[in-house]
Ligand binder design. Structure first.
Ligand code: COA
Length: 175
């Protein structure tokens, strides 16, 4: 049975299965990919992430979808929406996020994926969508701007205190 939930020109957006752990682990253990996060993720932290991606889809009908290139079926990372709660600075809300394998960067994939996800988010009537990044993550900020998100505020995330990664930026879009 196909795992594909929807598609864009070059990408297929799929659900997650436990068998995707090794691909997700490769992504989350890449120092370049995780440069703007406190650390790479070990196997148990990646398992927690995978379980969350699966559960968010079951509970809310959306997730950070698994991305697959249509041309060759290669795993490219993830992009999509996730419900975020219990943040110390921000309201509980749905955010949009992306993490791509470094070999796929700078080819317009994140922008293509995020635009398609916003269409899906509108179909799901998700309303206000957040996106958060550290200020140094120029690639992520460029994607936010390209998909029409607007800057709301700069803030320090207490979870990043002492990491040198603060400040963070909040962008939003109303679907
Ligand atoms: C951020 C990320 C998703 C961007 O993916 P991508 O597929 O390279 O993005 P795109 O090709 O769609 O590029 C979108 C725009 O960002 C620009 N851009 C991409 N990476 C950039 C970088 N490192 N520095 C500056 N601009 C960058 C591109 O030039 C493009 O702008 P343009 O069309 O005006 O030229 C990717 O670098 C990534 O996965 N990074 C690691 C994970 C991460 O940081 N996720 C976000 C956490 S908030």
């Amino acid at each position: 049975m196909s795992r594909i939930i929807f598609e864009s020109d070059r990408l297929a957006f799929t659900s997650w299965k436990q068998e995707d752990l090794e691909d997700l682990l490769d992504l989350c253990q890449d120092d370049q990919v995780m440069r703007h996060f406190p650390s790479t993720l070990d196997r148990s932290a990646t398992q927690v992430l995978l379980d969350r991606l699966i559960k968010n889809y079951q509970d809310h009908g959306y997730t950070y979808y698994r991305l697959q290139r249509k041309e060759d079926g290669d795993f490219l990372g993830f992009c999509g929406m996730l419900y975020q709660s219990g943040h110390s600075v921000l309201e509980d809300n749905t955010d949009i996020g992306w993490r791509l394998v470094s070999s796929a960067w700078r080819q317009g994939y994140a922008t293509e994926a995020a635009r398609r996800c916003l269409e899906i988010g509108a179909d799901l009537e998700l309303g206000l969508i957040d996106a958060v990044t550290v200020r140094d993550n120029l690639g992520s900020i460029a994607v936010m701007k390209k998909i029409g998100m607007h800057f709301v505020k700069e803030f320090d995330n207490p979870k990043l205190a002492g990491s040198g990664l603060n400040p963070c930026l909040l962008y939003q879009i109303e679907l």
